[in-house]
Design a protein around this ligand. Structure first.
Ligand code: ATP
Length: 241
């Protein structure tokens, strides 16, 4: 198991946001966590990335406990989070946004390696290549999402955490982002993906978890979840589609 979460409980003050959540991600998988507003999906990713800490329970990455690490230490062990709503640096250009993603690695890797990683990001997102000098804030929503994912990749993560990458994007761009996620899996990146767009997420993912009000209520292989009546009714709109 690459990531194992055992029975974590996370709070905002008195609000019990994650209630005994357990899940795991194997090497090379894409795992989707689906659920509606307020289900606890972002809280889950923030607890893995060290932005928040669980009060009880354990998180193991490659069998090592990471639950008490600060966010920069979590990046160093090989986990990179692409936050919801993109959050690119609007007054930095595309190239500098990408280089920031690699900053924790400066010193440990040479310029040539960073250059190769940039080339990889430009291969995955060709549109960013021609826009290296453009300010982050002037990119379209879809381009900003690509830049946010590209920045996450510059940390060379073994596990990429994607928080609602499809949010606010037109259907064609949603398809593009999900295509890229599939391509990254082929390059050996493991992905934990949090999404309200259950259909797109489950079509891409190998396995999935369904969260409701802070708890995992269902889990299974993606095709099982896509065929599950409860999932169809609550998250996929029309039954049988
Ligand atoms: P969405 O898809 O709407 O982003 P989510 O599944 O990511 O939802 P979370 O953002 O993780 O849900 O929220 C889980 C619960 O924790 C919700 O009840 C939410 O109101 C609460 N919560 C989130 N952030 C805070 C905060 N800063 N302070 C207090 N409560 C919070």
């Amino acid at each position: 198991m690459l990531l194992e979460i055992r029975d974590i409980n996370t709070y905002y003050g008195n609000i019990h946001a994650l209630k005994g959540v357990s899940l795991h991600v194997d090497q090379g998988e894409i795992v989707a966590v689906i659920g509606g507003n307020g289900a606890g999906k972002t809280t889950l990713l923030n607890t893995i990335s060290g932005v928040m800490h669980s009060r009880t329970g354990e998180i193991l990455f490659k069998d090592q406990p990471i639950s008490r690490l600060s966010p920069d230490k979590v990046v160093r062990v090989g986990i990179s989070q692409v936050p919801e709503r993109r959050q690119v640096f609007s007054t930095l250009n595309v190239l500098d946004n990408l280089l920031l993603g690699a900053y924790l690695r400066h010193g440990s890797v040479g310029k040539d390696q960073i250059r190769r990683d940039l080339d990889f990001v430009f291969e995955i997102f060709p549109i960013l290549k021609g826009r290296q000098k453009q300010m982050g804030g002037t990119l379209s929503g879809g381009e900003q999402q690509m830049l946010a994912v590209g920045r996450g990749l510059m940390a060379k993560p073994e596990l990429l955490l994607l928080d609602e990458p499809s949010l606010g994007l037109a259907p064609l761009l949603v398809r593009e982002i999900f295509r890229v996620a599939g391509e990254l899996r082929e390059h050996g990146t493991t992905i934990l993906l949090v999404e309200q767009n259950a259909r797109a997420a489950l079509h891409l993912a190998d396995r999935g978890y369904v969260m409701e009000t802070g708890e995992v209520v269902l889990e299974g292989r993606s095709e099982e979840l896509l065929g599950d009546e409860r999932v169809q009714e609550a998250y996929l709109g029309a039954v049988g589609s």
